[in-house]
Every structure is written in C-alpha cells, then in structure tokens.
Design a protein around this ligand. Sequence first.
Ligand code: ADP
Ligand code: MG
Ligand code: MG
Length: 907
Amino acid sequence: MAKVKKCVYSFGDGKAEGRGDMKALLGGKGAGLAEMTNIKLPVPAGFTISTDVCAYYYSNKRTYPKSLAAEVKKALKKVESAMDATFGDPKKPLLVSVRSGARASMPGMMDTILNLGMNDEVAEGLIKKTGNSRFVYDSYRRFVQMYGDVVLGLKPAHKDEIDPFEAIIEAKKSQRGVHLDTELDSDDMKDLVGRFKMAIKKRTGHDFPEDPMKQLWGAIGAVFGSWNNERAIAYRKMYDIPERWGTAVSVQSMVFGNMGETSGTGVAFTRDAATGENRFYGEYLMNAQGEDVVAGIRTPLPISDLAKKNPVIYKQLDSIRQTLEKHYRDMMDIEFTIQEDKLYMLQCRIGKRTAFAAIKIAVDMVGEKLISDKEALTRIEPDQLNQLLRPVFDRKEKDVAVRAGRLLAKGLNAGPGAATGRVVFNAPDAEVWKKRGERVILTRIETSPEDIKGMNMAEGILTARGGTTSHAALIARQMGKVCVAGCSALEIDYNTHTMKVKGRTIHEGDWISIDGTTGEVMEGKVDTKPSEVLQVLIDKSLDPQRSQVYQQYEKIMRWADKYRRLNIRTNADQPDQALNSVAFGAEGIGLCRTEHMFFGEGKIGPMREMILADTVEARKAALKKILPLQREDFEGIFKAMDGRPVTIRTIDPPLHEFLPQEESAQRKLAQEMGISYEKVRQRVEGLHEFNPMLGLRGCRLGIIFPEITEMQARAIFEAASNVQGRGIKVKPEIMIPLVGNVKELIHQETIVRRVAGEVMKEKRTKFTYLVGTMIEVPRGALTADEIANVADFFSFGTNDLTQTTFGLSRDDAGRFLPYYLENNIFAQDPFVAIDQDGVGRLMQIGVEKGRRSKKDLKIGICGEHGGEPSSVMFCHCIGLDYVSCSPYRVPIARLAAAQAALSKLPD
Ligand code: ADP
Ligand code: MG
Ligand code: MG
C-alpha cells in the first residue's frame, strides 16, 4: 500500500478542504458536508478521515498511517476553536459524532456514534453550562448505548430478542409506568447510564472508557471496522459495491435535537421519493436525536407540520431545500437538527427514489430547465424500469375486499406497487420461507439494517412504526419493493409470531395484501392487473392520455431513442411475443429459436418420428409433416414484425431433449407410431450423450442431418415469399448456431442458399435474405476473420460463449457458483453480466477479426446479457450494431444503450 499523503480534511466556519465531487476520497457524507460548508449552509464544524486511510487500515493489519494521529489532533484543534469548546474539558466541553460514510450511500449499514467525549465529569460540567440535566443524561445514555453496541459489541443474541439496551429501557419504562422515552426524567436517564455501564462490564468484562481520546480512537476503529460487518458486506454484494472502496470517517461537533421542545431532528427529501411529486417530503421529531426518526422508535410528524409549529425554521429549511436543488440539480436527501431554534444541516446526498419518482423527477426537471434531456436519461437506473411494468391491484377486486371487511388498516404509502404474500415476522424467516418457494410479506414493528437480506427476499415490507423516511421505507424504495410503513394499528408480537389488528389475529403464514401506492393493508389475497404501462402498450385497455406514468415513460423512451447508437432487438419465437416486443420498442428479432416451435400443438409427434426414423426417406417423410406447421409459424412472425429484420436460428438443442424419457411416455409414443416399445427405448438410449452441451447439437445436427436444415430453410423462405406476396415486407436472416470452423458454416450456408434459389424459382419471386452465424464457441471468435468471409452477420450467443469460455455448464453451476460469488472468487455471475475480461475479450477479438475481413459486417448479441445494463454498455463500447433481449427487457436495453452513448466510460 502506497503512503497516504493527506489523511484528514477539515470543514467548518464557511470553508472546507474537501468538495462535493470528492466522494471517492471523503465518502458521500464527507463530500456532502464539505460541499454544504462551502456553499455557506449551517454545518457544524468537523473533519473527515479519508477512504485511503481505510484501505491502509485493512492492508496493514488494522493499523493507521503514522501521520494520522497528528493530523487528527490538528483538525480537532480547529474544530475546538471554531466551536469555542474543548474536547474533554468539563468547563466548556466539545462533544462529537463519529460517522461512517462510503462513496455509495449504504443507509444504516455501517456505524455512527453520537455524543462522544462524554463522561461523568463532562456530564456534570455540561449540566452546569446548560442547566438541563435531563438533556445531558439523555445524551450520555445514548452515547453509552451506541458505544456499547458499536465499539464493544453488545448486540441481541437471537433473532427474536430485542437490543440489550432497549430491553433495559423497556424495563425502566414499565417500572415507571410510562410509554415514551421522552417521559423518562433526568434521574431515570442517569440511572440508565449506570445500568448500561454495568451491562457492558458484565458482558465484556471491561469498564466503559472514560477518557475522551480513548473513546475517539475506539470509535474511529469501530467505524472503519464496520465496513466489514456482516450487513455491510451483504449490502455491498446486493449492490455490487467494490470492497476496495472502503469507508471514510467523519468526526463532527455535535448539535443537539434533544435539548427540549425548541429542539428536534429530521430527515427529508427535496421531492417526494415515492411518487416524484414536487413537494417537500419528510419527517421530524421534536426533542429527539439522531436515528430517532429513521429507526421508527417514535412515529415522527410530517414535515408540513413544521410549517405550522415553527414557521421561521420551516422557511429557512425550505429555502435550503431550494438552494440544494439548484446547486445539485437533483432531488436531495437531507438530515437536519434544530438546537434551541437554530437550524443545522448534517447530511445531504442525492436521494434514492422509486422508478416512478425517478422518471417523474427527470421529466419534471427537464421541464423546469434544471437539467437537459441527456442528463434526465442518466438519472434513471435502467433496471428500475422493471418497477413500471409490475402489476397493480385491480381496483374492482380491491373494492370487493374492502366491502367484505378485509381492509385491516392503513399505513403510509412508502413504496408503490401491489404485493401479496404470507406474513413472516423476521428477516431470517423471510429468507427461509422464500428459499422454499413461498411469497412473503416481511412484517416488522420497524426494520433495522440487520434485516436487509430478508427485505430483499420479501414481496413487500410492512411496518407498524416509522414514517416515510424510516429505514424500512428508505431501503424498500431503493430495492424497488412495495412498502407500507408506520401502520400503527398493527400490534405485532415477535414472540408469538402474531399480530392483532381490528380485533383480529393474523398468524405467521397467513396471506395479506399490501398496496404501497395507497398504504392499504388487506387480509387475504387480492387479484392484480397489469401496470399502467402494460395496460397502454400490451393490453391496449388504457388510454395513454389517462396515464401520467405512461406518458413519462414514453418521454424517457423517446429521448433514449434519440441518443442511442445501438439498435435494440428482441428474442421472440411466437407472434404474440413479437407483437409485445414491438410495443416495447424492439426494432427486430435478434433470436428466433425454432426448437420451441417443435413443441407446439401437433408438432412434437412428427418431430419424434423424425428423430426416431431409421432411414433418410423416413426422416424426410416426417419432416414433410413439420414443414407446413413451421412455415405457418414463420408467417405469423414475419407478419407481426412487419418489415423488421427477423433472425431465425436453425435447430440447436441435442435431439434427445425432444424425446420422452419415462417408460410410460415411451410406450405411448411407440403405440402412436406403430413401432415396438423396445425400438423407442433403444433409440432414446442411443441418443444419450455424456455431455449433451458439447455433443451432437447446433450446426453439427444440421450437418449430420442436412435434411433438417433444408426443411427449415424451405419453411422460412416459403413463409417469406407468401407474406411478401401479401404486400408485407420481410427481412429473414438465417443464423447457423455453434460454428467453430468456417467449413461448418460453408456446409450449412450452401444448403440455405440453394433452397432460397429453389423457392424463388418455384414461387417466381425474389426476396432478400442474409445468412450468418452465432459466435458462441471460442474457436468461432478466434477464427472470425475466416468465418466473416462467408457470414453476412455475426451474433454473439453469450450464454454458450460463457459456458464454453469458462468450461462450465450453467445447468451444473448451482453446486459451486453461489460459493464463488459468496467468496468473491467471481465478482459477478457471468451468466448475468458479461465477463468482460474473458468472454468480452473473445467478443472483441471476434469483432476486430470479423470486420477485418468484412468492413461493415453486422454484429449483434442475443444472449441473456443483451438486456443487462453493464453488458449493453460493453456491447456499445466494442462497436456492436445491436443487442437483443427478451421483450420485457427491451425498455431497459433502450435506456441502457442511450446511457452508453451518453457516457464515455462506466463509473
Ligand atoms: P447514517 O449514515 O446511518 O445515516 P449518520 O452518520 O448520518 O449515519 O448519523 C446517524 C444520525 O445521527 C443521523 O440522524 C444524523 O443526523 C445524526 N448525527 C450525526 N452526526 C451528528 C451531529 N454532529 N450532531 C447531531 N446529530 C448528528
Ligand atoms: Mg445519515
Ligand atoms: Mg447457443
């Protein structure tokens, strides 16, 4: 590890050493604090220890660069003089927070400690200074609690257990006969401090550290350490955040929202993070500190209430909201604290939002001239568009449920959409249930960062406490999950795994339905119907004028089409799929698999006859029966695609996939064909392969049984000429799979071209067509120059190319791939995102060599990767002409292709 030059960046008094664009070094939080300081917003002074120090820490056995201690000391001095207070001095004590913050936001995944610098002496001094002993002991007990949890590791031991400190608080509250933390008085708080310290001593064997400097270094180490806690690791996996990024540590002087009724704390978004509406969206609590709002311990008040309760502060906050939106030109997520009627900003970052909010905000901000249409496109994560296609509850069905008295309660509409599932009451259960195939609604009093994996497994998330900025809501929106938060009518009992609501008891495993668009919670299942976008595009049951969501979607797609260079095709082999994909914007079919057609009505019989035939004649006779059926299929597809190119792949899978494997089915087939069971059994056995993926399949089939290719070519060309005869343009492109040697292609190409000539002659017509190949084995890519001399086009079959490049079979990878991913042997699943260094390198070679032989060789991709944003970006960069993906991913590919064209390099 190289030496770290500068470890610490100060901010305060209107100037900062860092800037907003230094997220990589200062973390999102550190950069945001620096930027807000520089634009003169009220930010308490502090300093940020850079992520370089984190990297050093982990590559040097958890030690720090030598210069760090002195830099921290110096920076602390600056804070002391800015705040006119001294760390550890009871006369005018400085208290600080020690905060985590990585380059990407990881809400609540890492640790933060507040009120650090507190000890018995400092507490007494602070009481003298403020005359507010309740505030002092409340701050003190919070500090001991957080320090005990984060630095000393006192956590719940079991999933049904509550936090050990919370347990002590609960006991205290019931002993005093009160419900809220705020009802505990100064003596109670003081008592809690003592009890907490005792619990720490008992569980860890160590005394709580009284020396502030010792506390500070303990906290810094714990925050760096929290980069590698279990939930942070899980979160990084989920969002592909590289381990090497590390976290920064920000040390900041405290401001106190818990000094009484003129103090408070809040979290807000500059626009509605769920719907995108341009309104101030957030919550606050008076006489509260830190995580109180997010943790859902008390249900906070909507920010609009602040306008009535404290118009002066509200006005100031609202003007900061506008300053920030103008400055960042985006929707921001902010944290603030009011200390005795004075407002402080504690955090700002780009706000996470649902897909609905993302498209609305992007479109609105273009309208407001804050951003350009190009920028708008970069504001939406392509994968998020899936949310717009998800089902919504059918209004009629919901009315029926409501009339039947099944409406249980209403909470906050924190994450739009419809979700139905069985109730589970903790995150580990959600994981277990999901793994056994159940759909679950994770139902919690409130969620915490520990729950992240379980939340990811759930169809929807329901909480009894917390607002629209609570942890549950925040994470749900980020994950694109349906979420109803703060549904206070629910009385959840973790111990018995039940909840009481409206006089009824809901047990674990019972079905409920939650509507994240309205906040309604309903008993039982409620039927859904397609999303508004699908109602407009696919069902054609909704007038586009009546759907705002559709109109925004359409605008984004139009902008995307304006800037993208890649063409977008789809993988479809049925006319209805083809029609849907056109509605989604597909410009052609990149892969029409013909084998699916053999399974259709009336086709599997002749197909089996063909496979079981002993002689060429018998095989031809069977193929003759298939020909008209296949021709009809192609006609349907050509018609649906209406002049757009259609790439049809000749038969690809090993033949035994078409044959019945069980005895009863084989006997039935024998009877149908009038041959003996024994013969069928032998033939099926004879077709057995040790490794079918590498066996008689792809072009090898067409070479060994040329009459199959011949029949398929005939079906395609006859269909083309028939459809063309009806005045519809056709552009067939015949694609030969699994070619590794140019001679394989020549063999098949010759047949295809001969049949094309024959059909033109017979039908006395002319049509244009292409013959190309899939590049899906390494030798195909490596000899692409030779192959390009024969092929009119290439299409990368990246599913097989990944299998053959890695030498692994996707169907058997389940045994080890999860382990590989879990343990970072593979950073990503190569079947999801193109492995750019290996498979991608072969693709690059294929493109270069291919175009060396044929300058404007058309090249595309038709593997699953064609609809995955990072792979689309890669395809753009290596100069492909098009990507082809499944119909429902076409919008994603369109947006990803535009983003690729607009950005020079991926982040
Ligand atoms: P997270 O990344 O989990 O949001 P933060 O570092 O933002 O963690 O801190 C947790 C809570 O503590 C937030 O509500 C934040 O506003 C509050 N907080 C952090 N530092 C201070 C401070 N110096 N003064 C007052 N409140 C603070
Ligand atoms: Mg925060
Ligand atoms: Mg293949």
